[in-house]
Ligand binder design. Structure first.
Ligand code: MV4
Length: 455
């Protein structure tokens, strides 16, 4: 087992990893930027190293500084959390070269899944259903036009280096294809430094449902069921839940096995998530694979009773998975509301100092947060301040717990989206489980327009 793990992250996920290390009896090293000197991850880790100025590129994305911190403190392993360097094949490679374990999959799997067009081809070859589309990257406008004619409109153009929704263009009719293709290419070039674009049939009103997988170095791959993540805005998830009210037992088995097949096809090790686009008829298609622990892993922990972060550390140290597929049983229902420091009407970030706060507790409530009285929500980083999770025997019980939990959230000094979550918990479509990725566009748009008109 590792003796000391360096956590190359900040905020709630850095704390989440520290908690897992403490339970395993592993020493921890926090790294922090000059903006985070007062952070709880610095306070609760065994050691802490300042790695640079507030800006990401100079601190939490600064590979030489992070490797130096690991070398100086004698850390055996680095946990990257999510975001920042969590999907850097380069960091995974550097770790290998420095004899430091990267807690995640190998660089080959990270690189392959980072190339969306290549991932699509690999999955297709492995028998994983993908959305009908171009066989690879599109050469030029003519190739795009030919492919779109064969597939039929509407189609969607996607940046191969993209993901998470960046560099996409929906094309509804043939005349719009040429300009959209050129726009997508230059957007991809500007955003990712690679102009490669591919094309798929556009699936209207889809759900975003993902499967959690966990794999060890012995070749065992297990899935831990789905998370419904359709409640999102501009590709930022807002609410996640498990199980999805749309997924039947049979569908869970099929999607789960498909996700396991996907992981096996790339010799995947550690925690990963296979994202599926699910059409209203229940057909599911591979979209992307995230090669990291995700923000929303907690809802899966609540319904399976497994500790995914501890499991990540154990399999990284060469231990076999602590469970087999047959051991995974799902009980009850879990919800997660992402509490962001932002205006609940306009979504404008609201950094500042939390002068005083109150967080809910009681039966079926879990909060993962870095917030505390007097803490600063920095303008330099993501606006996520807390993940409020509730658990119940069924969906209505976790909703009831979420309502009463949201009612007592107090964060004086910053605005949060807690009031928005509270309204969603009373929405008839949400309560009926009528969800798709356009849910937030339909949710009280008149209120949003009024707020913009007033500002
Ligand atoms: C799609 C799609 C419809 N049809 N692909 C957005 C994020 C990126 N991972 C892929 N995305 C989409 N791909 C086809 N062929 C619709 C989306 C999409 C979406 C997907 C998941 C969650 C939210 C979304 C919001 C808008 C569009």
């Amino acid at each position: 087992m590792f003796k000391k793990i360096l956590i190359a992250n900040r905020g709630e996920i850095a704390l989440r990893v520290i908690w897992a290390c403490k339970e395993l009896g592993v020493k921890t090293v926090a790294v922090y930027s000059e903006a985070d000197a007062q952070g709880l991850h610095v306070r609760f880790a065994d050691q802490a190293v300042c790695i640079g100025p507030p800006r990401n590129i100079e601190s939490y994305l600064n590979i030489p500084a992070i490797i130096s911190a690991a070398e100086i403190t004698g850390a055996d392993a680095i946990h990257p959390g999510y975001g920042f360097l969590s999907e850097s094949a380069y960091l995974a490679e550097i770790c290998e070269a420095c004899n430091i374990r990267f807690i995640g999959p190998g660089p080959q799997a990270i690189r392959l899944m980072g190339d969306k067009s290549r991932a699509r081809k690999t999955m297709q070859k492995a028998g994983v259903p993908v959305i009908p589309g171009s066989p690879g990257v599109l050469e030029d406008e003519a190739a795009a036009a030919k492919c779109a004619r064969e597939i039929g409109f509407p189609v969607i153009l996607k940046a191969s280096a993209g993901g998470g929704g960046r560099g996409m263009r929906v094309v509804r009719a043939a005349p719009d294809l040429e300009p959209a293709f050129r726009a997508a290419q230059s957007e991809a070039q500007a955003a990712f430094g690679v102009p490669d674009v591919y094309l798929e049939r556009y699936v209207d009103r889809p759900r975003h449902i993902e499967i959690q997988v966990m794999a060890d170095t012995k070749g065992q791959v297990v899935h831990l069921g789905e998370r419904e993540c359709s409640v999102q805005r501009r590709h930022q998830k807002i609410i996640e839940e498990a199980p999805s009210s749309f997924v039947t037992e049979k569908m869970r088995r099929r999607m789960g096995q498909t996700a396991v097949d996907a992981a096996k096809a790339v010799q995947y090790v550690n925690a990963g998530t296979v994202e599926f686009l699910v059409d209203p008829a229940g057909n599911f298609y591979f979209m992307e694979m995230n090669t990291r622990i995700q923000v929303e892993h907690g809802v899966t922990e609540l319904v399976t009773g497994r500790d995914l972060v501890k499991e990540q550390i154990l399999v990284s140290a060469g231990e076999p998975l602590s469970f087999a597929q047959k051991d995974i049983v799902w009980t009850g229902h879990a919800l997660e509301c992402r509490i962001n420091a932002e205006d609940p009407e306009t979504f404008v970030p609201s950094p500042g100092v939390i002068r005083h706060m109150n967080l809910p507790g009681g039966p079926g409530v879990r909060i993962d947060t870095y917030a505390h009285d007097g803490c600063e929500v920095s303008p330099y980083y993501d606006s996520l301040v807390a993940k409020l999770m509730t658990y119940g025997r069924d969906r209505m019980e976790s909703v009831a717990r979420m309502r009463r939990a949201l009612d007592v959230v107090v964060m004086e000094g910053i605005k949060t989206n807690a009031p928005l979550h509270r309204r969603i918990m009373d929405d008839p479509d949400f309560l009926a489980g009528r969800l798709d990725t356009h849910f937030m566009e339909r949710f009280q748009p008149q209120k949003k327009k009024a707020a913009i008109a007033a500002s």
